[in-house]
Design a protein around this ligand. Structure first.
Ligand code: HPA
Length: 273
């Protein structure tokens, strides 16, 4: 069964390779409501997830389920316009499969984006936040049960979010005059949002934002030796921080507003890395 996992990755890689002229060097995974960035590509090759062997698709609103490969800021990039999540019932092998496929296509840097809730009043909806580290509170790990063909599983995560790429992102944000926070992302499986007590606990544990994605892909990318940049679009305050309640529509709407700066930042960062 496990041998199969590597074969599955190669099958997807071959399917995609046949449809593109230049292999991508940077991978970008777009979170809820951030899909507009994919439209920045000039004449991209668009491949629906449904056609790629081994890919699944997200049923969540705000995810369009297409892989875009093309050029932006002088680099060939592969963009996942939408991702699927553990909370949709997929295994973590499924969730991290596209990351493995991107790597097999030659991608060595990956930018992982997401929508996240804030755990601190000083981080507000509309802010863009550079992820400096994560806390995996899901009790899940994408390397559990993985085929030995994929290599070492006891991997070091000291530089999980590349210090080098973070410095470039910070410098780029300054140049572009885009305010950029920095913080620790806590991963919970969801799909329910957190209780008031959970939000208090997560802040005490050292988290700055919370979300339901990203960490599986980041662990996988680190196993594969890829450099990772993680960026959150903060869409709401965690429950209990203010009187308002959290809902998915708000998450998407706030992201649409943040998207202009987010896209500008991503384009400039891609040019600089
Ligand atoms: N909690 C968890 N995930 C999220 C949130 C939140 O408040 N907002 C966007 N994704």
């Amino acid at each position: 069964m496990t041998n199969n996992q590597l074969t599955q990755v190669f099958r997807a890689r071959d399917y995609i390779s046949k449809r593109i002229k230049t292999n991508p060097e940077i991978g970008i995974i777009l979170g809820s409501g951030l899909g507009a960035f994919a439209d920045e590509l000039k004449n991209p090759v668009k491949i629906p997830y449904a056609t790629i062997p081994g890919f699944r698709k997200s049923e969540v609103k705000g995810h369009s389920n297409e892989l875009y490969i093309g050029n932006v800021s002088g680099k060939t990039v592969a963009i996942m316009k939408g991702r699927y999540h553990y909370y949709e019932g997929y295994s973590l092998f499924d969730v991290t499969f596209p990351t493995r496929v991107l790597h097999s296509l030659g991608v060595n840097k990956v930018i992982v984006t997401n929508a996240a809730g804030s755990l601190k009043l000083k981080i507000s909806p509309g802010n863009i936040l550079l992820i400096k580290d994560h806390i995996n509170l899901s009790a899940r790990n994408p390397l559990i049960g993985l085929s030995p063909d994929f290599g070492e599983k006891f991997i070091d995560l000291t530089d999980a979010y590349s210090n080098k790429l973070r410095k470039i992102a910070e410098r780029t944000a300054k140049e572009e005059k885009i305010p950029l926070k920095s913080g620790v992302y806590v991963f919970l499986t969801g799909p329910s949002y957190e209780t008031v007590s959970e939000i208090k606990m997560l802040a005490k544990l050292g988290g700055d934002v919370v979300g339901m994605s990203t960490v599986p892909e980041v662990i996988t990318a680190n196993q594969l030796g890829m450099e990772v940049l993680g960026i959150s679009s903060v869409t709401n305050y965690g429950t209990g921080l203010t009187k308002s309640k959290v809902n998915h529509k708000e998450v998407i709407d706030v992201n649409k507003r943040t998207a202009i700066d987010f896209i500008r930042l991503l384009k400039a960062v891609i040019k600089n890395i």
